[in-house]
Design a protein around this ligand. Structure first.
Ligand SMILES: *Cc1c(COP(=O)(O)O)cnc(C)c1O
Length: 366
């Protein structure tokens, strides 16, 4: 029996280790972790590795993924972390313990639906602190809506407030920024005369404050995906190294289908490539190249996959082919050989969404 390629191998024990490490790190500072599964398209075994590692609430932006892990048997509370669509509220209430919210009209409809289903749905109201994606911009409006939920919506429980930074506007979760959220929480708490359960201070980027031990007192929850799955971005972009994290959870494997020595500059009149772009080609003379049977359809952008071995360089790709320069690669590649790549957030999102890519699980402890 031949293994089928391309494959994305997921080391579940490494993933569980990573989860445990992040849960402990946050736990030491009184912060609980919501495990965000959308980076790996909600693969149920990934969700299970999160819960094995100590995560007690799972979240995704997509209901289909939450439905998938529930059907698989994951029995933790689920959280919808994209503001719900009006068209999905019935399922949101049925499936999810709670959701992130920013619109009064949606809250009113959620309230009606929860009452109809005889449930109490938890809501976290989002504050936009400058990243300019979801959330109330007007902080007074946010406070007023919180009071309305608390006093008038018996189908909803005002669980807390939250924010998201670093996703669209590239805003950093500085202590000052996060303090703004704590201040909003305090104002609401003063008015409703009780503590909020959740003050949700962002995603993986907020782990920088946990590492620096300067996360404002009062932030008690983070929603973490990338920081557990890959733990790549904080080190790469900000020089933050959280010790003891496994970087080898995901390995992409693709099969060689052609190896030839060819010119490095195309021959003939140059028009546009398969995607209508005009790339620059560098003439480095005749070079040994390999084609692997994987392409943009599978991973998105060839700049987002990284050959594990030295001496292999990704030159470019079309939908179904990736072209590698292997002139400096010491091994003698031939058709049928397998080339391994590391991935990043952008490429795993695509790879796990692509039905051409086989997902395989490994448990090695090395
Ligand atoms: C995607 C997302 C997260 C998780 O982001 P990571 O950077 O993967 O940790 C958290 N909160 C919201 C609202 C999100 O959309």
């Amino acid at each position: 029996m031949h293994l089928r390629y391309p494959r994305l191998e997921i080391n579940l024990s490494a993933l569980t280790e990573n989860t445990r490490r992040i849960v402990e790190l946050c736990g030491e500072q009184g912060i609980s972790v919501i495990g965000i599964i959308k980076g790996a398209t909600g693969i149920p075994q990934v969700a299970e590795a999160f819960t094995d590692g100590g995560v007690n609430v799972l979240g995704s932006s997509r209901l289909e993924q939450l439905r998938g892990i529930r059907d698989f048997g994951v029995d933790k509370p689920l959280m919808l972390i994209r503001v719900p669509m009006m068209s999905e509220l019935e399922e949101v209430v049925e499936l999810c313990a709670g959701s992130l919210n920013s619109e009064v009209s949606v809250l009113e409809a959620l309230n009606d639906e929860a009452i109809k289903q005889g449930k109490v749905h938890r809501v976290v109201l989002m504050a936009d602190l400058g990243d300019l994606r979801e959330g109330f911009w007007d902080k007074e409006e946010l406070v007023n809506v919180a009071l309305k939920v608390e006093r008038e919506m018996r189908g909803l429980l005002l669980e807390g407030v939250g924010t998201n930074v670093g996703c669209y506007g590239s805003i950093l979760p500085t202590p000052d920024k996060l303090q703004e959220l704590v201040d909003i929480a305090s104002e609401i708490e003063g008015k409703i005369e009780r503590k909020l359960d959740v003050v949700s201070g962002g995603a993986t980027s907020s782990l920088m404050r946990v590492v620096d031990k300067n996360i404002p007192e009062g932030i008690n929850s983070l929603r973490i995906g990338e920081g557990i799955l890959l733990n790549r971005d904080l080190g790469l972009f900000y020089g933050y190294d959280i010790g003891g994290m496994r970087k080898d959870v995901f390995t992409l494997k693709a099969e060689v289908i052609e190896v030839k020595v060819k010119p490095s500059h195309p021959k003939g009149e140059i028009g546009v490539d398969a995607f209508g772009k005009r790339p620059k080609y560098v003439d480095r003379g005749m070079r040994k190249r390999a084609l692997v049977a994987i392409g943009k359809v599978d991973y998105g952008d060839p700049a987002e996959i990284f050959p594990k071995d030295m001496g292999i360089e990704v030159l470019g790709a079309s939908s179904d082919h990736t072209i590698l320069d292997i002139e400096d690669y010491p091994r003698n590649l031939k058709p049928g050989d397998i080339v391994e790549f590391d991935v990043n957030y952008a490429s795993i999102v695509h790879l796990t969404n692509c039905k051409n890519v086989r997902i395989a699980f490994i448990e090695s402890k090395n």
